[in-house]
Structure formats: structure tokens, C-alpha cells
Design a protein around this ligand. Structure first.
Ligand code: UTP
Length: 280
């Protein structure tokens, strides 16, 4: 299966850091966010990735390219460990790039992938959502997709007071982890949220989604929203939501980015004890 990673958003909630640096390149401890996303894809067996970029996002392409001068220096220093780490990044997977010329929304960004996807089912992984789990989240969705078909989106429980930040689903429960989606509301106000299950940046979509995006009018924030296109798709195909196992980190805003760094550093043996002592 191919994966599409939209990474063309302007990242306005993270200014000034994102003035000249893609949000997806913000480091979490020592790795840019988008590298965690690509590693998740590779671990799930995905061998073809299309990143949707835009102006000012060249750092993403450079990160996954060969860094000839750096490799040369590390080789001369005989720093084998760092050399291996650096080479691994450029050898991980086949990465393709296409530009979204104007940031007209997530749905619009995904539409850029139509030719590359070429009529197949495909995975969508948001470039600023990092998910830590035993089994890669996108792999969990792929397993469910084999069983249920249609379209599958990852969801997670969020506190009611945060529903305004997410796409929230209304559902019919099938079992503990699978729900049939009957409606999705983009960033509902507190009283209007149909549940507290939020869409979490991982999807398996059928190619029919592209026609649905083409039919979609600008919605919330004047952008072509994937959520609105999914509403159109729902009339043609079943959409399932899967309560995935794992923890999702949203890098969209500054405070979440700070928390993500702390949580991920706490999972790293080399930092754990010192960080706890520091925080105490
Ligand atoms: P966000 O809404 O979180 O990203 O989009 P943003 O627009 O960059 O954020 P702010 O609100 O200005 O801070 C979710 C994902 O969709 C991509 C983003 O890069 C992010 O991965 N996206 C969004 C696009 O690729 N193109 C767009 O036009 C909008």
C-alpha cells in the first residue's frame, strides 16, 4: 500500500518557529516529527511514500536525501554509529514529493496525490501527528481494512473540553474498537459534539475519495476539508472508525509539542532518570 503524507500546511499556530522551517521538521528530542511518521509507515510494510509539500518545505526533502558532505566527514572520523544513523534515513523507503501550490486545506492537499495513488486504496498519515504504539498505528488500520473494507479512520478518546480542536465522530458501535461512522463534525463547539471520539491523523481511504474531494466546497476556515469529503464518501461506502492502541502526540500547538518532547524523552533510557530529577 502507498502512503500519502500531507505536510504543506503553514503551521501558523507555531510561529515564529515555522516562519522559515516546516512544522513537520520540528524535533522531538533528536528526530524531526516527520521521521517518526515515516518510520511508522516502514514498520507497517509500506514501501512507497508521497509527501505533499509546499513552498519553504525543502528541508523535508533534504532530510531524506543523501547528505554527502556529512557522510564524508563522519567516514573520515570513523564515527560508524552516526554514519549508520544518517545513512539509514536516506535508505528507509522510496519517497516522492509533490507540491500543493496553495495551502487550501487538507482535502485539497490529498487531492494532489490522485495520479500517484492511481486507483488503489491508500494510507494517509498526517505529517505532524506522531503515534507511539507497539504495533504501528497505520498497520493496525491496514489489518482492520482487510476485514471491513470501505474506509477506516483512526480515532481516540479526548476530554470533552477539547472537542473543539478535533473532527468528532457520531457512530454506531460494532465492537469495543470498531465503530461505523454516521457523521463527522469538524471542530464542534462544546455542546454540539456528538461524542468524544476524535479523528487522529491516520486513515485508509479508497480511491473514490478523490471524486468526493473534487465535489467538496470550502468549509471550516474557508479550506477544502477532508472531513467534508468523507461525508460525501459516506453516502457511497461505509466508513469505519478504529479506536487504535497507542498514544498520539499532536504537534500542532506549542504546549503539545513541549509535552511530546517530555513524554518521548521519558521513554528513552539515556534521558529518563536525569529528566525526572530535573523536573522534581
Ligand atoms: P493543520 O490544520 O494541523 O495544519 O493540518 P496547519 O494548517 O499547518 O496548521 P495551523 O493551523 O496553520 O497551525 C493538518 C495536516 O494537514 C496538512 C498540514 O501540513 C498537517 O500535516 N495540510 C493542511 C496541508 O498539507 N495543506 C493544507 O492546505 C492544510
Amino acid at each position: 500500500m502507498k502512503a500519502v503524507i500531507p505536510a504543506a500546511g503553514l503551521g501558523t499556530r507555531f510561529l515564529p518557529a515555522t516562519k522559515n522551517m516546516p512544522k513537520e521538521m520540528l524535533p522531538i528530542v533528536d528526530k524531526p516529527a516527520i521521521q517518526y511518521v515515516i518510520e511508522e509507515a516502514v514498520e507497517a510494510g509500506i514501501d512507497d511514500v508521497l509527501i505533499i509539500t509546499g513552498r519553504g518545505k525543502e528541508a523535508i526533502e533534504n532530510h531524506f536525501d543523501v547528505a554527502y558532505e556529512l557522510e564524508d566527514v563522519l567516514e573520515k572520523r570513523n564515527d560508524k554509529e552516526k554514519l549508520r544513523e544518517i545513512k539509514k534515513i536516506s535508505e528507509m523507503v522510496d519517497i516522492h514529493y509533490i507540491r500543493q501550490k496553495k495551502p487550501l486545506g487538507l482535502g485539497h492537499a490529498i487531492l494532489r496525490a490522485k495520479k500517484h495513488v492511481d486507483g488503489e486504496n491508500f494510507a494517509v498519515m498526517l505529517g505532524d501527528d506522531v503515534i507511539v504504539s507497539e504495533i504501528p498505528c497505520i498497520g493496525q488500520l491496514m489489518n482492520q481494512f482487510e476485514e471491513y473494507g470501505g474506509a477506516i479512520i483512526a480515532v481516540g478518546e479526548v476530554p470533552m473540553e477539547y472537542v473543539e480542536r478535533y473532527g468528532i465522530i457520531e457512530y454506531k458501535k460494532i465492537n469495543e474498537r470498531i465503530y461505523e461512522v454516521v457523521n463527522i463534525v469538524e471542530k464542534p463547539s462544546l455542546g454540539k459534539a456528538p461524542s468524544s471520539l476524535a479523528v487522529m491523523g491516520r486513515y485508509i481511504l479508497p480511491p473514490e475519495i478523490f471524486d468526493c474531494i473534487e465535489e467538496t466546497k470550502p468549509g471550516y476556515g474557508g479550506e477544502i476539508q477532508l472531513t467534508d469529503a468523507l461525508q460525501i464518501l459516506r453516502k457511497k461506502k461505509k466508513i469505519y472508525a478504529y479506536l487504535f492502541e497507542g498514544k498520539r502526540f499532536d504537534l500542532g500547538n506549542k504546549f503539545d509539542w513541549l509535552k511530546t518532547n517530555i513524554e518521548i524523552a521519558l521513554r528513552r533510557e539515556e534521558f529518563r532518570d536525569e529528566l525526572i530529577a530535573f523536573m522534581e
